[in-house]
Design a protein around this ligand. Structure first.
Ligand SMILES: *Cc1c(COP(=O)(O)O)cnc(C)c1O
Length: 375
């Protein structure tokens, strides 16, 4: 079967290989069969291996849902009674974390930082010093809305210094930027199959410390469906998900993991960086300006400012590119018009070179000046 290859430059779901797409086509199976459990056990081990966790110390707990389910689960499950949640707030995903904490009515202190600059570690520490009974410190590793990369290793060390767990949302960096849970001071991280491993949507995972999960059994149970200990415990006892798993997505993830380890951590990260270099080269050629300076970028997302051109129309440019197999994505910076180009997925620099040819045509077809004009 031939499937049209689209180049997705949105921040996930990402372009997948045909072998991953086809891995979903399997004979019907009841996920309560041993055969299916036999797929999930090694998958959990592989997910820990990607972030170099010791399997005795760290585990992966699978959930059926989009990436936000892991934000919800870690935040609501890992806060003990009488403790305060602390969020380093510098982008739309850490803002989402704050919304989750508020929705559960849990005590929250936000440490607000600019969305387009490196986190000020001295300021963070001065704030942490003042907050009594911190349960956990939470930070997004890669703020996908802007492309800002956050210093998890340093903030993780600060969290530990002040007696707290460190939880980081690595949804848009996991299996792309090399991560080592020990070295990076991570107690919990998370991701989703449609991003770094280049699988399908519907499967998400929390990777974290077994001892803390065991301890969280005695923390308040704030959700029935989204509880980390309940799902972990069920997996440990039965090898299965508590409720129906996303069966076909798990078959795709199994194949995606085979391809991840075949490509290798270093090679894969080098490929993403090569893709981002091709993105940057095209921006420079067409005079497009970015919202963030390159030294604070993740290497995975570029947020481009709308040109100050009366003919600029994101939707028209989007539609022109979309019709030709390239998907570009709106930005997430409230005060400024931006759009994003992302280096996720099974793509390489050649795809980006092809994209820029189409993008330049889209500008010309809409009478947008090339190079782009900014006031
Ligand atoms: C994609 C993403 C998520 C999850 O978003 P969903 O739409 O729920 O899949 C969470 N955090 C970050 C940083 C992301 O990039």
């Amino acid at each position: 079967m031939e499937v049209k290859r689209n180049i997705l430059l949105n921040p996930g779901p990402s372009t997948t290989t045909d072998t991953v797409k086809m891995a979903q086509i399997v004979p019907d199976i009841c996920p309560r069969e041993k055969e299916f459990g036999g797929i999930m056990k090694p998958m959990r081990d592989d997910l820990v291996k990607i972030v170099h966790g010791d399997p005795e110390e760290y585990t992966a707990v699978l959930f059926c849902g989009s990436g936000t389910i892991c934000i919800d689960i870690t935040l609501n499950s890992l806060l003990d009674e009488g403790k305060t949640a602390v969020v380093i707030q510098n982008g739309s995903y850490s803002q989402r974390a704050c919304e989750v904490i508020r929705a559960y009515g849990m005590p929250l202190v936000e440490i607000v930082q600019p969305i387009d600059k490196a986190v000020d570690l001295e300021y963070v520490e001065s704030k942490l010093k003042e907050i009594p009974n911190i349960g956990y410190v939470y930070m997004t590793h890669h703020e996908t809305g802007t492309g800002l990369l956050n210093p998890i290793r340093e903030v993780g060390a600060l969290a530990h210094k002040y007696g707290a767990f460190f939880i980081t949302d690595t949804t848009s960096s996991y299996a792309m930027i090399p991560i080592d849970v020990k070295r990076d001071n991570i107690d919990f991280c998370m991701a989703s199959a449609q991003k770094g491993i280049m699988g399908m949507t519907g499967l998400s995972y929390v990777i974290g410390r077994r001892d803390i999960i065991a301890k969280s059994k005695d923390f308040p149970t704030r959700s029935y469906y989204c509880n980390l200990f309940l799902q972990y415990d069920y997996f440990e006892k039965t090898g299965e998900m508590h409720f129906t798993p996303p069966v076909q997505t798990i078959y795709a993830a199994k194949q995606a993991l085979v391809e991840y380890f075949e490509e290798g951590e270093e090679n894969k990260w080098a490929r993403h960086l090569r893709v981002m270099k091709a993105i940057h080269d095209g921006e420079d050629r067409l005079g497009l300006q970015e919202a963030l300076s390159r030294d604070v970028q993740s290497g995975l997302v570029s947020a481009i400012k709308y040109p100050d051109d009366p003919n600029w129309d994101f939707d028209k440019v989007h539609d022109y590119c979309y019709e030709r197999g390239f998907t570009i994505y709106p930005g997430k910076i409230e005060s400024k018009g931006t759009f994003r180009l992302c280096a996720l997925g099974a793509i390489d620099s050649g795809d980006i070179e092809d994209f820029w040819v189409v993008f330049e045509e889209a500008m010309k077809a809409n009478n947008i000046a090339v190079p782009a004009v900014y006031n």
